[in-house]
Ligand binder design. Sequence first.
Ligand code: BES
Ligand code: MN
Ligand code: ZN
Length: 493
Amino acid sequence: MLDIAVAKPALPKSGALVLLLAEGSSPDSPTGAVWKAADEATGGAISRALSVAEFTGKKGQSAAILAPGASLSRVIAIGIGPLDKADGTSLEAAGGIACAALAKEPAASIATSGLSPELAASVALGAVLRAYRFDRYRTKEAAEDKPKLAKLTLLADAPAKVKSAWAPLKGVAEGVFVARDLVSEPPNVLNPAEMTRRIQALSALGLKIEVLGPKDMKKLGFGALLGVAQGSTQDAFTVIMHWTGAPADKQPPLCFVGKGVTFDTGGISIKPAGGMEDMKWDMGGSGTVVGLMAALAGRKAKCNAIGIVGLVENMPDGNAQRPGDVVTTYSGQTVEVINTDAEGRLVLADIMWYAQEKYNPRFMIDLATLTGAMIIALGHEMAGFFSNNDVLSDQLVAAAKATGEGVWRLPLGEAYDKQIKSDIADMKNVGGRPGGSITAAQFIQRFVNNKPWIHLDIAGVAWSGKDTATIPKGATAYGVRLLDRLVADNFES
Ligand code: BES
Ligand code: MN
Ligand code: ZN
Protein backbone atom coordinates (compact mmCIF):
# COMPACT_ATOMS: atom_id res chain seq x y z
CA MET A 1 0.00 0.00 0.00
CA LEU A 2 1.09 3.54 -0.76
CA ASP A 3 2.71 4.87 2.41
CA ILE A 4 0.89 7.86 3.95
CA ALA A 5 2.70 10.35 6.19
CA VAL A 6 1.27 13.51 7.76
CA ALA A 7 3.15 16.77 8.45
CA LYS A 8 2.50 20.46 9.11
CA PRO A 9 1.98 22.61 6.02
CA ALA A 10 5.34 23.79 4.67
CA LEU A 11 6.93 23.96 1.25
CA PRO A 12 8.64 20.60 0.55
CA LYS A 13 12.38 20.97 -0.12
CA SER A 14 12.23 18.85 -3.25
CA GLY A 15 10.05 16.39 -5.14
CA ALA A 16 6.49 16.93 -6.22
CA LEU A 17 3.82 19.07 -4.63
CA VAL A 18 0.07 18.78 -5.11
CA LEU A 19 -2.15 21.76 -4.39
CA LEU A 20 -5.85 21.10 -3.83
CA LEU A 21 -7.48 24.37 -4.73
CA ALA A 22 -11.05 25.37 -4.09
CA GLU A 23 -12.93 27.26 -6.76
CA GLY A 24 -12.12 30.95 -6.65
CA SER A 25 -9.35 30.49 -4.09
CA SER A 26 -6.14 32.51 -3.99
CA PRO A 27 -2.79 32.18 -2.19
CA ASP A 28 -4.43 34.12 0.64
CA SER A 29 -7.41 31.73 1.03
CA PRO A 30 -7.45 29.04 3.74
CA THR A 31 -6.63 26.37 1.14
CA GLY A 32 -3.87 28.51 -0.38
CA ALA A 33 -1.23 28.42 2.39
CA VAL A 34 1.24 26.14 0.61
CA TRP A 35 0.45 27.72 -2.75
CA LYS A 36 1.54 31.02 -1.25
CA ALA A 37 4.80 29.53 0.03
CA ALA A 38 5.46 27.95 -3.39
CA ASP A 39 4.83 31.27 -5.12
CA GLU A 40 7.20 33.05 -2.76
CA ALA A 41 9.94 30.45 -3.40
CA THR A 42 9.54 30.54 -7.19
CA GLY A 43 9.05 34.23 -7.82
CA GLY A 44 5.32 33.75 -8.47
CA ALA A 45 5.81 30.97 -11.06
CA ILE A 46 2.89 28.89 -9.73
CA SER A 47 0.32 31.66 -9.93
CA ARG A 48 1.56 32.70 -13.38
CA ALA A 49 1.30 29.14 -14.70
CA LEU A 50 -2.17 28.64 -13.20
CA SER A 51 -3.37 31.85 -14.77
CA VAL A 52 -2.00 30.84 -18.20
CA ALA A 53 -3.73 27.47 -17.79
CA GLU A 54 -6.96 29.36 -16.93
CA PHE A 55 -7.13 27.30 -13.76
CA THR A 56 -10.13 28.29 -11.65
CA GLY A 57 -10.36 25.39 -9.18
CA LYS A 58 -13.43 23.87 -10.81
CA LYS A 59 -14.00 20.32 -9.60
CA GLY A 60 -11.98 17.83 -11.62
CA GLN A 61 -9.77 20.48 -13.24
CA SER A 62 -6.04 19.81 -13.05
CA ALA A 63 -2.84 21.48 -14.22
CA ALA A 64 0.77 20.29 -14.04
CA ILE A 65 3.66 22.74 -13.75
CA LEU A 66 7.04 21.12 -14.41
CA ALA A 67 10.25 22.25 -12.65
CA PRO A 68 8.91 25.64 -11.51
CA GLY A 69 12.01 26.33 -9.39
CA ALA A 70 12.83 25.97 -5.67
CA SER A 71 13.95 22.35 -6.36
CA LEU A 72 10.35 21.27 -6.93
CA SER A 73 10.14 18.64 -9.67
CA ARG A 74 6.53 19.44 -10.41
CA VAL A 75 3.51 21.14 -8.95
CA ILE A 76 0.11 19.68 -9.70
CA ALA A 77 -2.95 21.78 -9.02
CA ILE A 78 -6.28 19.99 -8.67
CA GLY A 79 -9.58 21.81 -8.49
CA ILE A 80 -11.98 20.67 -5.79
CA GLY A 81 -14.91 23.00 -6.60
CA PRO A 82 -16.53 25.30 -4.02
CA LEU A 83 -15.05 24.68 -0.57
CA ASP A 84 -18.45 24.52 1.18
CA LYS A 85 -19.54 21.73 -1.17
CA ALA A 86 -16.40 19.60 -0.76
CA ASP A 87 -17.22 16.19 0.70
CA GLY A 88 -15.61 12.80 1.24
CA THR A 89 -16.22 11.48 -2.26
CA SER A 90 -15.02 14.66 -3.99
CA LEU A 91 -11.79 14.74 -1.92
CA GLU A 92 -11.22 11.03 -2.53
CA ALA A 93 -11.51 11.72 -6.25
CA ALA A 94 -8.99 14.58 -5.93
CA GLY A 95 -6.59 12.25 -4.09
CA GLY A 96 -7.05 9.61 -6.78
CA ILE A 97 -6.45 12.07 -9.62
CA ALA A 98 -3.34 13.34 -7.81
CA CYS A 99 -2.04 9.81 -7.43
CA ALA A 100 -2.43 9.09 -11.13
CA ALA A 101 -0.66 12.34 -12.02
CA LEU A 102 2.22 11.47 -9.67
CA ALA A 103 3.06 8.10 -11.19
CA LYS A 104 6.58 9.21 -12.16
CA GLU A 105 7.43 10.66 -8.73
CA PRO A 106 8.80 8.42 -5.98
CA ALA A 107 7.55 10.76 -3.25
CA ALA A 108 5.19 13.70 -3.13
CA SER A 109 3.50 16.09 -0.74
CA ILE A 110 -0.12 17.09 -0.97
CA ALA A 111 -1.40 20.26 0.63
CA THR A 112 -4.68 19.86 2.50
CA SER A 113 -4.61 23.12 4.43
CA GLY A 114 -8.05 24.60 4.96
CA LEU A 115 -9.68 21.14 4.86
CA SER A 116 -11.08 19.35 7.92
CA PRO A 117 -9.04 16.37 9.22
CA GLU A 118 -11.74 14.00 7.91
CA LEU A 119 -11.56 15.48 4.42
CA ALA A 120 -7.75 15.39 4.48
CA ALA A 121 -7.96 11.68 5.35
CA SER A 122 -10.37 11.22 2.43
CA VAL A 123 -7.66 12.60 0.13
CA ALA A 124 -5.29 9.91 1.42
CA LEU A 125 -7.92 7.20 0.93
CA GLY A 126 -8.53 8.25 -2.67
CA ALA A 127 -4.81 8.23 -3.43
CA VAL A 128 -4.22 4.86 -1.80
CA LEU A 129 -7.19 3.26 -3.58
CA ARG A 130 -6.01 4.55 -6.95
CA ALA A 131 -2.43 3.40 -6.37
CA TYR A 132 -3.53 -0.25 -6.23
CA ARG A 133 -1.99 -2.56 -8.82
CA PHE A 134 -2.29 -6.30 -9.32
CA ASP A 135 1.27 -7.10 -10.35
CA ARG A 136 1.84 -10.74 -9.50
CA TYR A 137 1.94 -12.16 -12.98
CA ARG A 138 3.93 -9.48 -14.83
CA THR A 139 7.52 -10.60 -15.17
CA LYS A 140 8.75 -8.34 -17.96
CA GLU A 141 7.52 -4.84 -17.22
CA ALA A 142 10.32 -2.28 -17.61
CA ALA A 143 11.12 -0.31 -14.46
CA GLU A 144 10.35 2.99 -16.18
CA ASP A 145 6.85 1.76 -17.01
CA LYS A 146 6.01 0.99 -13.39
CA PRO A 147 4.46 3.69 -11.22
CA LYS A 148 7.11 4.92 -8.79
CA LEU A 149 5.00 6.67 -6.18
CA ALA A 150 5.69 4.99 -2.83
CA LYS A 151 5.15 7.74 -0.27
CA LEU A 152 2.66 10.54 -0.01
CA THR A 153 2.91 13.20 2.71
CA LEU A 154 -0.28 15.02 3.63
CA LEU A 155 0.48 18.60 4.63
CA ALA A 156 -2.25 19.32 7.17
CA ASP A 157 -3.16 21.97 9.73
CA ALA A 158 -3.78 19.39 12.48
CA PRO A 159 -1.51 16.40 11.74
CA ALA A 160 -2.49 14.39 14.83
CA LYS A 161 -6.19 14.66 13.98
CA VAL A 162 -5.55 13.67 10.37
CA LYS A 163 -3.58 10.64 11.55
CA SER A 164 -6.40 9.45 13.73
CA ALA A 165 -8.94 10.04 10.96
CA TRP A 166 -6.73 8.07 8.56
CA ALA A 167 -6.22 5.02 10.82
CA PRO A 168 -9.70 3.45 10.30
CA LEU A 169 -9.72 4.38 6.62
CA LYS A 170 -6.44 2.54 6.21
CA GLY A 171 -8.13 -0.59 7.62
CA VAL A 172 -10.92 -0.18 5.08
CA ALA A 173 -8.43 0.29 2.23
CA GLU A 174 -6.70 -2.93 3.28
CA GLY A 175 -10.06 -4.70 3.11
CA VAL A 176 -10.65 -3.27 -0.36
CA PHE A 177 -7.27 -4.66 -1.43
CA VAL A 178 -8.08 -8.09 -0.01
CA ALA A 179 -11.19 -8.12 -2.21
CA ARG A 180 -9.41 -6.74 -5.29
CA ASP A 181 -6.60 -9.30 -4.97
CA LEU A 182 -9.04 -12.21 -4.74
CA VAL A 183 -11.17 -11.03 -7.65
CA SER A 184 -8.12 -10.32 -9.85
CA GLU A 185 -6.57 -13.77 -9.45
CA PRO A 186 -6.90 -16.10 -12.44
CA PRO A 187 -9.33 -18.99 -12.04
CA ASN A 188 -6.67 -21.70 -12.30
CA VAL A 189 -5.02 -20.25 -9.19
CA LEU A 190 -8.05 -19.13 -7.22
CA ASN A 191 -10.16 -22.27 -7.03
CA PRO A 192 -12.42 -22.91 -4.02
CA ALA A 193 -9.64 -24.59 -2.00
CA GLU A 194 -7.15 -21.78 -2.61
CA MET A 195 -9.74 -19.13 -1.76
CA THR A 196 -10.46 -21.03 1.45
CA ARG A 197 -6.74 -20.94 2.34
CA ARG A 198 -6.55 -17.21 1.65
CA ILE A 199 -9.51 -16.60 3.93
CA GLN A 200 -7.94 -18.76 6.64
CA ALA A 201 -4.84 -16.56 6.48
CA LEU A 202 -7.04 -13.63 7.58
CA SER A 203 -7.25 -15.12 11.05
CA ALA A 204 -4.12 -12.99 11.58
CA LEU A 205 -6.49 -9.98 11.68
CA GLY A 206 -8.48 -11.49 14.54
CA LEU A 207 -11.17 -13.15 12.44
CA LYS A 208 -12.26 -16.61 13.50
CA ILE A 209 -12.59 -18.88 10.48
CA GLU A 210 -14.77 -21.99 10.14
CA VAL A 211 -14.70 -24.23 7.07
CA LEU A 212 -17.33 -26.68 5.84
CA GLY A 213 -15.87 -29.16 3.36
CA PRO A 214 -17.73 -31.37 0.86
CA LYS A 215 -18.45 -34.08 3.43
CA ASP A 216 -19.80 -31.60 5.98
CA MET A 217 -22.05 -30.04 3.37
CA LYS A 218 -23.26 -33.41 2.16
CA LYS A 219 -24.15 -34.38 5.71
CA LEU A 220 -25.95 -31.09 6.27
CA GLY A 221 -27.87 -31.46 3.01
CA PHE A 222 -26.53 -28.59 0.87
CA GLY A 223 -28.05 -30.23 -2.20
CA ALA A 224 -28.26 -27.05 -4.26
CA LEU A 225 -24.68 -25.88 -3.69
CA LEU A 226 -23.25 -29.36 -4.18
CA GLY A 227 -25.30 -29.83 -7.34
CA VAL A 228 -23.47 -26.85 -8.86
CA ALA A 229 -20.09 -28.18 -7.72
CA GLN A 230 -20.54 -31.74 -8.94
CA GLY A 231 -19.33 -31.07 -12.48
CA SER A 232 -15.98 -29.79 -11.24
CA THR A 233 -12.86 -31.68 -10.18
CA GLN A 234 -12.44 -28.99 -7.51
CA ASP A 235 -13.94 -29.54 -4.08
CA ALA A 236 -16.48 -26.97 -2.87
CA PHE A 237 -16.21 -25.15 0.45
CA THR A 238 -18.37 -22.95 2.61
CA VAL A 239 -16.30 -20.59 4.74
CA ILE A 240 -17.62 -18.64 7.70
CA MET A 241 -15.74 -15.65 9.12
CA HIS A 242 -16.56 -14.31 12.57
CA TRP A 243 -15.70 -10.83 13.78
CA THR A 244 -16.36 -10.15 17.45
CA GLY A 245 -15.69 -6.45 17.96
CA ALA A 246 -18.34 -5.91 20.64
CA PRO A 247 -18.14 -8.94 22.98
CA ALA A 248 -20.56 -7.39 25.47
CA ASP A 249 -23.18 -6.76 22.80
CA LYS A 250 -25.92 -9.31 23.25
CA GLN A 251 -27.63 -8.44 19.97
CA PRO A 252 -27.46 -11.07 17.23
CA PRO A 253 -24.66 -10.63 14.67
CA LEU A 254 -24.84 -8.81 11.35
CA CYS A 255 -24.57 -11.26 8.49
CA PHE A 256 -23.06 -10.91 5.03
CA VAL A 257 -23.36 -13.66 2.44
CA GLY A 258 -21.38 -13.94 -0.79
CA LYS A 259 -21.66 -15.89 -4.04
CA GLY A 260 -18.26 -17.43 -4.69
CA VAL A 261 -18.29 -19.13 -8.07
CA THR A 262 -14.56 -19.16 -8.78
CA PHE A 263 -15.33 -19.83 -12.45
CA ASP A 264 -18.69 -19.97 -14.17
CA THR A 265 -18.70 -21.79 -17.51
CA GLY A 266 -22.46 -22.08 -17.25
CA GLY A 267 -22.13 -25.84 -16.74
CA ILE A 268 -24.07 -28.01 -19.21
CA SER A 269 -26.08 -24.89 -20.17
CA ILE A 270 -22.69 -23.66 -21.32
CA LYS A 271 -21.93 -20.01 -22.00
CA PRO A 272 -20.68 -18.76 -25.38
CA ALA A 273 -16.86 -18.45 -25.69
CA GLY A 274 -16.76 -14.66 -26.18
CA GLY A 275 -15.99 -12.96 -22.88
CA MET A 276 -16.19 -16.16 -20.85
CA GLU A 277 -12.88 -15.23 -19.19
CA ASP A 278 -14.86 -12.57 -17.29
CA MET A 279 -16.43 -15.37 -15.30
CA LYS A 280 -13.28 -15.59 -13.17
CA TRP A 281 -14.83 -12.71 -11.25
CA ASP A 282 -18.04 -14.59 -10.58
CA MET A 283 -16.74 -14.89 -7.02
CA GLY A 284 -16.99 -11.09 -6.69
CA GLY A 285 -19.77 -11.23 -4.11
CA SER A 286 -17.70 -13.44 -1.84
CA GLY A 287 -14.59 -11.34 -2.55
CA THR A 288 -16.49 -8.35 -1.21
CA VAL A 289 -17.71 -10.24 1.85
CA VAL A 290 -14.15 -11.34 2.65
CA GLY A 291 -12.82 -7.82 2.06
CA LEU A 292 -15.56 -6.37 4.25
CA MET A 293 -14.75 -8.75 7.10
CA ALA A 294 -11.06 -7.82 6.73
CA ALA A 295 -12.03 -4.13 6.84
CA LEU A 296 -14.18 -4.54 9.96
CA ALA A 297 -11.35 -6.42 11.66
CA GLY A 298 -8.69 -4.05 10.34
CA ARG A 299 -10.39 -0.99 11.81
CA LYS A 300 -11.58 -2.91 14.88
CA ALA A 301 -15.24 -2.13 14.27
CA LYS A 302 -17.34 -2.19 17.44
CA CYS A 303 -19.83 -4.73 16.17
CA ASN A 304 -20.28 -8.47 15.82
CA ALA A 305 -20.50 -9.72 12.27
CA ILE A 306 -20.47 -12.91 10.28
CA GLY A 307 -19.37 -13.34 6.70
CA ILE A 308 -20.30 -16.54 4.90
CA VAL A 309 -19.22 -17.50 1.39
CA GLY A 310 -20.12 -20.47 -0.79
CA LEU A 311 -17.15 -21.41 -2.97
CA VAL A 312 -17.71 -23.60 -6.02
CA GLU A 313 -16.65 -23.97 -9.63
CA ASN A 314 -19.38 -24.39 -12.25
CA MET A 315 -18.09 -26.77 -14.94
CA PRO A 316 -19.57 -29.06 -17.62
CA ASP A 317 -18.51 -32.66 -17.15
CA GLY A 318 -19.77 -36.24 -17.29
CA ASN A 319 -20.79 -35.85 -13.68
CA ALA A 320 -22.24 -32.33 -14.02
CA GLN A 321 -25.84 -31.65 -13.09
CA ARG A 322 -28.29 -31.66 -15.97
CA PRO A 323 -31.05 -29.25 -16.95
CA GLY A 324 -34.09 -30.99 -15.53
CA ASP A 325 -32.41 -32.28 -12.38
CA VAL A 326 -34.27 -31.68 -9.12
CA VAL A 327 -32.17 -30.86 -6.07
CA THR A 328 -33.16 -30.63 -2.42
CA THR A 329 -31.86 -27.53 -0.68
CA TYR A 330 -30.73 -27.29 2.93
CA SER A 331 -34.07 -25.60 3.71
CA GLY A 332 -35.90 -28.72 2.52
CA GLN A 333 -37.41 -26.91 -0.49
CA THR A 334 -36.83 -28.58 -3.85
CA VAL A 335 -35.63 -26.87 -7.01
CA GLU A 336 -35.95 -27.94 -10.62
CA VAL A 337 -32.72 -26.88 -12.30
CA ILE A 338 -33.90 -25.68 -15.70
CA ASN A 339 -30.64 -23.88 -16.54
CA THR A 340 -27.33 -24.86 -14.96
CA ASP A 341 -26.02 -21.35 -15.68
CA ALA A 342 -28.39 -19.92 -13.06
CA GLU A 343 -26.06 -21.39 -10.42
CA GLY A 344 -25.39 -18.44 -8.12
CA ARG A 345 -28.87 -18.53 -6.63
CA LEU A 346 -28.45 -22.26 -5.94
CA VAL A 347 -25.24 -21.61 -4.01
CA LEU A 348 -26.83 -18.75 -2.05
CA ALA A 349 -29.96 -20.76 -1.24
CA ASP A 350 -28.12 -23.21 0.98
CA ILE A 351 -25.71 -20.87 2.73
CA MET A 352 -28.37 -18.24 3.41
CA TRP A 353 -30.67 -20.76 5.07
CA TYR A 354 -27.74 -22.15 7.03
CA ALA A 355 -26.63 -18.69 8.18
CA GLN A 356 -30.10 -17.85 9.49
CA GLU A 357 -30.63 -21.16 11.19
CA LYS A 358 -27.21 -21.33 12.79
CA TYR A 359 -26.57 -17.67 13.69
CA ASN A 360 -30.03 -16.09 13.88
CA PRO A 361 -28.64 -12.78 12.52
CA ARG A 362 -29.99 -9.29 13.05
CA PHE A 363 -30.05 -8.83 9.29
CA MET A 364 -28.71 -10.61 6.27
CA ILE A 365 -27.19 -8.95 3.20
CA ASP A 366 -26.19 -11.08 0.26
CA LEU A 367 -23.94 -10.01 -2.61
CA ALA A 368 -23.68 -11.75 -5.93
CA THR A 369 -22.66 -11.25 -9.55
CA LEU A 370 -26.02 -12.82 -10.18
CA THR A 371 -27.54 -11.74 -13.48
CA GLY A 372 -26.49 -10.34 -16.82
CA ALA A 373 -29.91 -8.69 -16.81
CA MET A 374 -28.72 -6.35 -14.05
CA ILE A 375 -26.06 -4.97 -16.40
CA ILE A 376 -28.79 -4.33 -18.98
CA ALA A 377 -30.90 -2.54 -16.36
CA LEU A 378 -28.35 -0.33 -14.59
CA GLY A 379 -25.15 -0.57 -16.62
CA HIS A 380 -21.90 -0.28 -14.74
CA GLU A 381 -22.82 2.72 -12.59
CA MET A 382 -24.85 1.22 -9.75
CA ALA A 383 -25.73 -2.08 -8.17
CA GLY A 384 -29.38 -3.06 -8.05
CA PHE A 385 -30.81 -4.12 -4.73
CA PHE A 386 -33.92 -5.86 -3.43
CA SER A 387 -35.16 -5.88 0.12
CA ASN A 388 -37.98 -6.86 2.45
CA ASN A 389 -37.16 -4.00 4.83
CA ASP A 390 -37.54 -0.26 4.20
CA VAL A 391 -35.48 0.91 7.19
CA LEU A 392 -32.45 -1.16 6.21
CA SER A 393 -32.94 -0.08 2.59
CA ASP A 394 -32.87 3.59 3.54
CA GLN A 395 -29.72 3.01 5.58
CA LEU A 396 -28.11 1.35 2.57
CA VAL A 397 -29.06 4.25 0.29
CA ALA A 398 -27.50 6.71 2.76
CA ALA A 399 -24.28 4.67 2.89
CA ALA A 400 -24.21 4.62 -0.91
CA LYS A 401 -24.47 8.41 -1.00
CA ALA A 402 -21.64 8.77 1.50
CA THR A 403 -19.25 6.39 -0.26
CA GLY A 404 -20.14 6.90 -3.92
CA GLU A 405 -20.85 3.16 -4.33
CA GLY A 406 -24.26 3.65 -5.91
CA VAL A 407 -27.36 1.52 -5.36
CA TRP A 408 -30.85 1.48 -6.87
CA ARG A 409 -33.77 -0.42 -5.39
CA LEU A 410 -35.82 -2.70 -7.62
CA PRO A 411 -39.18 -4.30 -6.88
CA LEU A 412 -40.20 -7.69 -5.56
CA GLY A 413 -43.74 -9.03 -5.85
CA GLU A 414 -46.03 -12.00 -6.13
CA ALA A 415 -46.50 -11.64 -9.87
CA TYR A 416 -42.75 -12.02 -10.38
CA ASP A 417 -42.63 -14.89 -7.96
CA LYS A 418 -45.12 -16.80 -10.14
CA GLN A 419 -42.52 -16.85 -12.92
CA ILE A 420 -40.42 -19.38 -10.98
CA LYS A 421 -43.26 -21.85 -10.40
CA SER A 422 -42.23 -25.40 -11.36
CA ASP A 423 -44.49 -28.18 -12.58
CA ILE A 424 -42.69 -30.85 -10.58
CA ALA A 425 -40.78 -29.17 -7.72
CA ASP A 426 -41.27 -26.30 -5.25
CA MET A 427 -39.69 -23.87 -7.70
CA LYS A 428 -37.50 -23.73 -10.79
CA ASN A 429 -34.22 -21.85 -10.93
CA VAL A 430 -35.06 -19.51 -13.82
CA GLY A 431 -38.08 -17.34 -14.59
CA GLY A 432 -37.61 -16.53 -18.27
CA ARG A 433 -36.18 -13.35 -19.81
CA PRO A 434 -38.62 -10.72 -18.54
CA GLY A 435 -37.33 -9.17 -15.31
CA GLY A 436 -34.44 -11.62 -15.05
CA SER A 437 -32.79 -9.87 -12.10
CA ILE A 438 -36.10 -9.66 -10.27
CA THR A 439 -37.01 -13.32 -10.67
CA ALA A 440 -33.50 -14.20 -9.45
CA ALA A 441 -34.18 -12.07 -6.36
CA GLN A 442 -37.56 -13.78 -5.91
CA PHE A 443 -35.78 -17.11 -5.94
CA ILE A 444 -33.36 -15.92 -3.29
CA GLN A 445 -36.17 -14.49 -1.18
CA ARG A 446 -37.59 -17.98 -0.85
CA PHE A 447 -34.56 -18.70 1.31
CA VAL A 448 -35.09 -15.70 3.58
CA ASN A 449 -36.67 -16.79 6.83
CA ASN A 450 -38.27 -13.70 8.43
CA LYS A 451 -35.08 -11.66 8.67
CA PRO A 452 -34.46 -8.13 7.43
CA TRP A 453 -32.70 -8.83 4.15
CA ILE A 454 -31.04 -7.09 1.24
CA HIS A 455 -29.90 -8.76 -1.96
CA LEU A 456 -27.30 -6.77 -3.92
CA ASP A 457 -26.81 -7.84 -7.53
CA ILE A 458 -23.31 -6.58 -8.32
CA ALA A 459 -22.91 -8.13 -11.80
CA GLY A 460 -22.41 -4.69 -13.38
CA VAL A 461 -20.07 -3.18 -10.82
CA ALA A 462 -17.69 -5.88 -9.59
CA TRP A 463 -15.30 -5.26 -12.46
CA SER A 464 -14.41 -1.99 -14.19
CA GLY A 465 -13.37 -1.83 -17.84
CA LYS A 466 -11.71 1.55 -17.32
CA ASP A 467 -9.73 3.58 -14.79
CA THR A 468 -11.83 5.88 -12.64
CA ALA A 469 -10.59 8.44 -10.10
CA THR A 470 -10.15 5.98 -7.24
CA ILE A 471 -10.48 2.59 -8.97
CA PRO A 472 -7.94 1.34 -11.48
CA LYS A 473 -9.31 -0.79 -14.32
CA GLY A 474 -10.12 -4.28 -13.03
CA ALA A 475 -11.56 -5.58 -9.77
CA THR A 476 -13.45 -2.80 -7.96
CA ALA A 477 -14.13 -4.42 -4.57
CA TYR A 478 -17.55 -2.78 -4.89
CA GLY A 479 -19.48 -3.10 -1.66
CA VAL A 480 -16.63 -3.20 0.83
CA ARG A 481 -16.83 0.53 1.45
CA LEU A 482 -20.61 0.66 1.09
CA LEU A 483 -21.25 -2.02 3.71
CA ASP A 484 -18.45 -0.88 5.98
CA ARG A 485 -20.16 2.48 6.02
CA LEU A 486 -23.60 0.96 6.60
CA VAL A 487 -22.16 -0.78 9.66
CA ALA A 488 -20.20 2.24 10.90
CA ASP A 489 -23.16 4.62 10.67
CA ASN A 490 -25.88 2.35 12.09
CA PHE A 491 -24.66 -0.75 13.85
CA GLU A 492 -21.71 0.04 16.08
CA SER A 493 -21.87 0.42 19.83
N1 BES B 1 -22.50 -15.15 -13.30
C1 BES B 1 -23.61 -15.02 -14.18
C2 BES B 1 -24.13 -13.59 -14.26
C3 BES B 1 -23.19 -12.60 -14.89
C4 BES B 1 -23.20 -12.43 -16.26
C5 BES B 1 -22.38 -11.81 -14.12
C6 BES B 1 -22.35 -11.50 -16.83
C7 BES B 1 -21.54 -10.89 -14.68
C8 BES B 1 -21.52 -10.73 -16.04
C9 BES B 1 -24.75 -15.91 -13.69
O1 BES B 1 -24.37 -17.08 -13.08
C10 BES B 1 -25.54 -16.28 -14.90
O2 BES B 1 -25.01 -16.96 -15.73
N2 BES B 1 -26.76 -15.81 -14.97
C11 BES B 1 -27.60 -16.07 -16.08
C12 BES B 1 -28.97 -16.39 -15.56
C13 BES B 1 -29.90 -16.95 -16.60
C14 BES B 1 -29.46 -18.35 -17.03
C15 BES B 1 -31.30 -17.00 -16.03
C16 BES B 1 -27.64 -14.82 -16.94
O3 BES B 1 -27.63 -13.72 -16.42
O4 BES B 1 -27.64 -14.97 -18.16
MN1 MN C 1 -24.04 -18.66 -14.43
ZN1 ZN D 1 -22.56 -17.10 -12.16
